[in-house]
Every structure is written in structure tokens, then in C-alpha cells.
Write a protein that binds this ligand. Sequence first.
Ligand SMILES: [Zn+2]
Ligand SMILES: [Zn+2]
Length: 403
Amino acid sequence: MINGKRDEFTSVYKHENVICFRQTVRRHFLVFSMIVFQITSVCAQDIAVGLMTRTSVSTVLFSPTDGKYVLLNEKEDTIYVFKSDDAISVSITGERLLVKSAYGLNDTVSSVKMVGEGNSPNFHVRFNDDKRDYSYFDRLTISPSDGALKLVNHVSIERYVARVVQSEVGYGAEEEYYKIQSIICRTYATRNLVRHIVDGYDLCDHEHCQVYSGLKPATNEVMKATSATSGLVMVDQKNHLILSAFHANCGGQTANSEDVWKEARSYLTSVEDTFCIHSRSAVWDKSMPINEFITQLGFGSNSAEVGDWNFNQPDRKKYFTLNTDSVEIVQMRRMLQLRSTYFDLQVKDGNVEFSGRGYGHGVGLCQQGAMKMAETGYTYSQILGYYYKGVSLIPTTSLQPEK
Ligand SMILES: [Zn+2]
Ligand SMILES: [Zn+2]
């Protein structure tokens, strides 16, 4: 534990204590609670991220950018020390790897590990014929897998989080908002560390897990926000890591988890949200012929014969019913490719006209609402506590028994 880190946390929490809720906050907003546990220790944890897992990589060109790098073989013996401006190529040859450098290395090995020394060793790589430089921190291991290269970046979880947040949020957001996405990302990562256990790494670098791009290094702004929340994750009242679901825009009311994914979760319950209703994804519309509507939903002819009708959701509903037919709105969204499940319908001139609100599944944190709250002056813990009910922020070290 670095003392500086503890001071940083202390100052964040002190800052929160003196911020008063605004007069304009709705009454129910005052009852949410977010317990922030005293930070006693934070350890740097590494995470193994599978790189380019959806591409068949047969050749990699590796160059250190900062820090002293060495090359280890499968027995962890150092077989090469990188010089400045050095580069090695690693390519698949049968069941083994061919490793070559400009300075005479020419060897075949079962696997290789590039390990850097220093505070923040980092390197860049090129994959196959791609001329773009992908940059990463810390270590890279390469091994053969089904006739291609398996690439795994062992990186500190905080650097991983910063990179993912940069991809997810982009540039120019509020610092508090970057902190929010950092905690969401870290919670997700910590909860899903076994997701790719059969593949030999923790998480992949695609949307399947979280997008971790070698082409989008984190800005100082994002690094600062990640560092300010270093090690913090969200847990429910049983001290279990939460499913940190989020979506672009809820349209004014978030959805219950059980209405979208069957399973109810105490912290993923519907809340009203007036912060997002003027944001860019707040409303949408769509029109389709009524016959097409009936057919795509698989409804019977009885429904097709129904004349004028309306369907309204002053509050989010679970089912859409027409005559004797009924469908879960979440299924309807998928079948009709709608932007959200939160819409009203009316029939006009033989068409079904949708007046929709929001974008995405609607469960958990509403990104555009949270961004607006951050701009308005709410802190990250207030905002997280608003969208995830009854959760607490704890350091990852508190998830394990004390030694
Ligand atoms: Zn994945
Ligand atoms: Zn919203």
C-alpha cells in the first residue's frame, strides 16, 4: 500500500461529505444510500487479457517502447535482452514458435514471454500485415494455439480499466463520469475473471467481455479518474460483486432486471430518471404497416382484425397484449429491432406508429443520465447509488478474507 494512495482516497471521501444535495433533487432521490467503506489497503492486481482473440494471428512484430524488456522461454529462462530500437518477430511454425531479432536471435521455442522492468514498461506490436502499431503495458506471452498465435497481455488491472474506460466513454467527459465507468469496469472485470478460464486468460479484448483496444491509449484525464477510484468495486448487501449493467439512455425510467433478463436483483430495480430525458438518445420513433407488425410478432388473425388501438407505458410494462395475443416487450424489441422497450403505440392509417424513449436494455446505470448528473455536480458515489440500489463501494482486497 502506497501512502499517497490512501491520502488520495481520503481526500475524495472528504470532498463527498461536504457536498450537499441540491434543492431540486426529487424526494426519492434523498433516500438512496451508498456506503463507502474505509480504504485500508489496495493491492495492484494483474489481469490476463487475450488479445486479438477474433483474429487468426500468425506473425507478431514486438518492440519495447519504455522500460527494459527481456525475452523468456517456456522454462522462464532469459533467452534474449532487448536493445534500444530493437524488434523481434514471432511466428508460428508447426507446433512451435520461431523467434527472430535484428540482432541475431533465431530460435524455436514452445512459448515466449516478454517481460519489462521499470514503473510502467510498455511496448508496441503489429499483428500479421496490419501496419498499425498497437500499444500495451506490462507483459506479453505468446504461445501456439490451433495453428495460430495465442497472445495474452498480463497488465495491471488499473491500466486495463483505464484503457477500457477510454474506449467506452471517449473524450471530453466529466472526471466524475470517468470515475463511474472505472468502477463499473473494475466490478465487471473482477466478477468475470473466470470467463475465459478454458482459453488460458481472464477476459478477451472484444465486446464479449469489454473492449480493450491497443489503438486507444488512455488519456491522462482517464488515468487520473481511474487512479482516484483505484481498487474500488461495487458489492450488494451480501457482499457479492454486482452485475454492473448499464445502457445508453433509459428514456426517463430504468427497467427492472427481471423484466429484461428473468432474474431479479435487489440493486437492479427501476428508478425514475429525469436527467437523461433531454439527451441525444432520449426519444425515437418508428412506423410500420400493421400487417407486418402482426406477422413479425407471430400474432394470429384475430389481432390482425383489430381496428384502432393504442398502447401506452406511463410506467414500463412487461407485456404487450393485443386481443388474445401477448408478448414480452423485451422479446418484441428483439423481433422488431427497436431501440428500447419503452414506447407507446398508436395505429394510424393502417400503420403502427411507435413513440419511443431511450436507447438500450434500460437496466442499471443510464449513461446519459449519469453524465448529466456528473455535469450538474453530483459525485460518483451519489450517482452510482442512484442507479444501483443499496450497493456499497469496497476495495477489491476486502473481497478476500484478511490474512
Ligand atoms: Zn470475452
Ligand atoms: Zn436515463
